[in-house]
Design a protein around this ligand. Structure first.
Ligand SMILES: Nc1nc2c(ncn2[C@@H]2O[C@H](COP(=O)(O)OP(=O)(O)O)[C@@H](O)[C@H]2O)c(=O)[nH]1
Ligand SMILES: [Mg+2]
Length: 472
């Protein structure tokens, strides 16, 4: 048996001490290999390979020297109805790393080997359980950092991209049959060669490919969450708000102006809404070299923001904040969503807050204005929810069932196919030979099919599956 045919095993959970560990073993013949080492209390282990699978059993697992490894729950998945398409076993044992290491030593002893990264998924792909775009979707699903990221991966796992590539393939076949007919038959049989007649069909393919290509950037944006930057003058309460939103003492807070120098970045959630939050150095003119660099970095960070929260400490003269906004933030007033956050509201009387709101409204008409304190940020939370729904959720819902490209690999394939098709478009306009046009159409189609995988792409697979975790 070669190494690639050997049954493989890996722990699917983490190897740390925990209630349970789950292990997977996959490969033909694995049931026979393991069965002699399974017993029930005082009885031998009885189970039939002909049962309906999957079947789950309680058993005690012994090693080759007849020592107990652990009492386990073992599930048998009969080929082809398993994740890999091979006979597959899942063992759940007590979550002690020593027990799991003993189990692995035992498995090596009965002819299994350690799985490589992504090898279970690679075997599943090679056994036709899913195509390459779906395998990539599984990787994305495991690594997604946001709820939208999970939704987009599910969409691809369910075959949205696969279906689109198949639909495009149908369109290609329509185009190809025209040129094939003109290669094989004379004009009196199939009519005059007028390739420009099929240009609209080619345009249609190109426009669907463009939609796919654009979905890549949109996907990146949607799955990263809403990027919120906190900015304002020193001591306006940015770091305090940052910590309150994250519910942890992440940033240093002092009453000394210019405490924060670096940009801090963390993720946080409001329900299922995902945000990236950035705290920045207070914006002011300063002679301190380090603080000056911090201010510069703050201003650069604003370009990455979806939402800029401008903190205004209204216990200080409003003219100072106004100056800062006019001097540094004017360009963002036009290009970004701004939220004016009146901070330290616990230090302000309510008529002072009203007064502050109307002064801000006077200066900046259509922007959000909320007031917060370190004890109460409910207004801002509501505002964040609204902005998330407007900028992320509605965008996601607009495209909810359409495919979204998740990998650079598939994005580059679409790009490559589009370049060749644009060349073909020119060839058609130039009334070029049907042989040449058909050949380029075949190559473009082949490039698109590679998104779903192709059995002579061995080196690419190795690359893709090596980015999975062990046990997947
Ligand atoms: N009373 C009160 N003080 C606050 C509030 N938020 C911040 N502060 C104080 O204002 C000072 C500056 O806060 P900090 O968060 O470091 O401001 P930053 O420079 O904008 O990051 C600190 O002494 C904080 O304790 C608030 O909501 N209420
Ligand atoms: Mg700070």
């Amino acid at each position: 048996m070669t190494d690639s045919e050997k049954p493989i095993f890996a722990i699917s959970t983490s190897m740390q001490t925990s209630a349970l560990h789950l292990h997977r073993i996959s490969g033909q013949g694995i049931f026979n290999k393991i069965e002699p080492f399974l017993k029930k209390k005082n009885k031998s282990f009885l189970f039939s390979y002909h049962n309906n699978f999957p079947s789950t059993h309680y058993a005690i697992l012994y090693d080759t020297q007849n020592n107990i490894i652990d009492d386990i729950i073992i599930t048998f998945y009969k080929s082809p109805k398993s994740y890999t398409g091979e006979d597959l076993i899942e063992i759940s044992c007590h979550g002690n790393p020593i027990i799991s290491h003993n189990l692995h030593t035992f498995l090596r002893g009965i002819g299994c080997r350690d799985a490589l990264e992504g090898e279970f998924t690679q075997r599943a792909f090679l056994n036709g359980k899913f195509d390459l775009s779906q395998a990539e979707a599984i990787r994305e699903l495991i690594h997604a950092e946001t709820n939208v990221g999970i939704d987009l991966s599910r969409n691809q796992l369910n075959g949205a991209l696969t279906a689109e590539i198949f639909a495009l393939k149908e369109k290609f076949i329509g185009l190809l049959s025209y040129f094939e007919a003109h290669i094989d038959f004379a004009a009196d049989e199939v009519g005059d060669y007028k390739p420009e007649d099929i240009l609209p069909n080619l345009e249609l393919i190109l426009s669907r490919l463009l939609t796919l290509k654009n979905s890549y950037q949109r996907g990146i944006k949607l799955k990263s969450g809403l990027r919120v930057v906190l900015c304002g003058r020193p001591n306006s309460g940015k770091s305090t708000l940052y910590n309150t939103l994250l519910q942890s003492e992440r940033a240093i807070v002092t009453d000394i102006a210019g405490t924060t120098r670096d940009v801090l970045t963390e993720r946080f959630q409001i329900g299922k809404r995902d945000f990236v939050l950035m705290d920045t150095a207070g914006i002011r003119t300063t002679k301190n070299k380090v603080e000056h660099l911090g201010v510069k970095k703050s201003l650069q960070t604003l370009y990455e923001a979806d939402v800029i929260c401008v903190l205004l400490d209204m216990t200080k003269p409003f003219s100072q904040s106004l100056r800062m906004i006019k001097d540094y933030l004017t360009e963002f007033l036009m290009t970004k969503k701004l939220v004016f956050v009146i901070s330290k509201k616990d230090l302000l009387l309510s008529n002072k807050i009203d007064n502050a709101v109307s002064r801000i409204k006077n200066e900046f008409k259509d922007e959000y204005i909320v007031s917060v304190s370190c004890h109460d940020i409910s207004n801002l939370i509501e505002c964040f929810k609204e902005l998330y729904d407007e900028k992320i959720l509605s965008e996601k819902n607009k495209f909810c069932d359409s495919p979204v490209l998740l990998s650079t690999r598939s994005h580059d394939k679409i790009q490559e196919a589009m370049e060749l098709l644009n060349q073909t478009k020119q060839d058609i306009k130039d009334h070029d030979f049907p042989e040449k046009i058909a050949s380029n159409l075949y190559v473009s189609l082949k490039i698109l099919e590679e998104i779903l995988g192709d059995l002579d792409m061995d080196s690419i697979y190795k690359n893709i599956f090596s980015t999975f975790c062990i046990g997947k």
